[in-house]
Design a protein around this ligand. Structure first.
Ligand code: ATP
Ligand code: MG
Ligand code: MG
Ligand code: MG
Length: 431
């Protein structure tokens, strides 16, 4: 018995193979049964011809219900009309389990229904394609940072303090003390950069944000590189090269998945570094020129503002040098113009908003202490963070890319919920 997977059938043309599969769909024309089979690596059609299989196999197939599991044995045939290019002439089947009535039928279902059945919805070809693209972005991330000599360092998820004085932290108990779920590993990554030079992390982050938007999840994964001896300008170059590498990797390695979800790939093909840049000052002017009168210098952009700015460019755009007052305490002010910081948000095209937030960090202890206090951060738990500035402090920069938001953009999908296998949303922690 030659056991294989659907993704590998091209190696076995005209040979008999056995594959463990689920039944996605079937139709019959009396003397022939067509089984749409899925094994997680792909989809293939199995064809049973009544007079060529045993009575037993024919009857077993007739009773197959959607999502029944079975071992199918058959001859691999090359067939250019098949979406995968191959077909299986079934010679025998071995049922593992007949599934009971499957709730997700080929008819349209509402979003809440599908979300309640997320554990099953994951089996659809669309969800497969999206999560495979997510997987490719993760794979390409490791390739990119390994190639550029970054070391992966894992910051803690449980932390003893509220790093940025933020209100949307998840609180939990840590024996007899308080603890919080990490919102970002950044402060730890700065310590790691002082030890290893170039580091990146990839892990879950949690934000108790009471916002219900199509861009925000409660639990999401972030890629956070941090680089010693690197200024803001050098960091932007890494960021644009990284993002274009992700896009080009998906185009190269996921053509079938992009087709499954009907992604207009012409929108992705042009995503190549370098990316345009606009200062926050000019972005405000641009918005005023476009008729926005609900934003003033000093205020943070909302989703409509980010969309309008991004629309003026045909590539992702860096908005640089935001007002110091609306950014995190650790960002380095622009020399000679302290009211703005050396930072940038990278805004994706097509209305996906901020996919990266990054900055050069303050490397001077006195300035960092001053900014810490200005932000009313009194927590002594971050003494270690301040101390980094006393032992060979160097210019350093870093950024955070939101995985799910990037996947949403690359896939061109409406809502971020489909980019996570089990999304946590404001009103949902099930399944
Ligand atoms: P936003 O302005 O969209 O709320 P942010 O400025 O709060 O994002 P950062 O703290 O800069 O986000 O985090 C870095 C990146 O993480 C963002 O650029 C974005 O890609 C992603 N991100 C932030 N919050 C969320 C969230 N709630 N769900 C999914 N991704 C997120
Ligand atoms: Mg936010
Ligand atoms: Mg933001
Ligand atoms: Mg940000």
């Amino acid at each position: 018995m030659l056991k294989t997977t659907i993704s590998k059938v091209s190696q076995y043309v005209d040979q008999e193979v056995t594959i463990g599969v689920w039944l996605a769909n079937k139709r019959s024309s009396g003397k022939i049964q067509f089984l749409q089979l899925r094994d997680g690596t792909g989809f293939i059609q199995g064809v049973l011809v009544k007079k060529e299989v045993s009575e037993e196999a024919w009857e077993a197939a007739k009773h197959l219900t959607q999502e029944s599991s079975l071992y199918v044995k058959g001859l691999v045939r090359k067939d250019d009309r098949a979406p995968s290019g191959f077909e299986l002439t079934v010679t025998d089947i071995d049922i593992i389990q007949y599934a009971i009535d499957y709730p997700i039928t080929p008819k349209e279902h509402g979003t809440e229904f599908l979300m309640d059945h997320r554990h099953l919805w994951l089996r659809s070809s669309r969800q497969h394609a999206i999560l495979r693209i997510r997987n490719e972005i993760i794979r390409a991330t490791y390739e990119f940072f390994n190639h550029h000599d970054f070391i992966k360092i894992d910051p803690p998820i449980l932390t003893g303090s509220s790093a940025e004085g933020s209100t949307d932290l998840f609180h939990t108990e840590y024996f007899d003390r308080d603890a919080y779920l990490s919102q970002s590993g950044q402060l730890y990554m700065e310590a790691a950069a002082m030890a290893f030079g170039k580091v990146f992390s990839f892990g879950p982050t949690f934000r108790a944000e009471k916002s219900k938007t199509r861009r925000h999840l409660i639990e999401f994964w972030m890629i956070e590189p941090e680089m010693a001896f690197t200024d803001h300008e050098e960091s932007l170059v890494i960021q644009e090269n990284y993002v274009s590498f992700l896009i080009q990797s998906v185009l190269k390695n996921c053509p079938t998945d992009l087709k499954t979800i009907d992604r207009d790939i012409s929108k992705l093909e042009k995503i190549k570094a370098p990316f345009p840049r606009i200062t926050y000052d000019d972005a405000i002017k641009l918005l005023k020129d476009k008729g926005f009168d609900d934003i003033e210098w000093g205020e943070d952009f909302g989703a409509p503002h980010e969309t309008a700015i991004a629309e003026s460019f045909d590539l992702p755009v860096f908005v640089t040098n935001y007002p110091t007052a609306i950014k995190a305490f650790y960002m380095k002010p622009q020399p000679g113009r302290e009211e703005v910081v050396l930072c940038a948000d990278l805004l994706a095209p097509e209305g996906y908003g901020e996919i990266i937030g990054g900055s050069q960090r303050i490397d001077d202890l006195e300035l960092l202490k001053k900014r810490y206090e200005e932000h009313n951060l009194t927590d002594p738990a971050y003494k270690w963070y301040l101390e980094l500035r006393q032992y060979g402090s160097v210019p350093h920069s870093g950024f955070g890319l939101g995985l799910e938001r990037t996947v949403a953009w690359v896939c061109g999908i409406e809502h971020i919920r489909e980019t996570s296998p089990f999304p946590r949303l404001l009103n949902r922690i099930y399944p």
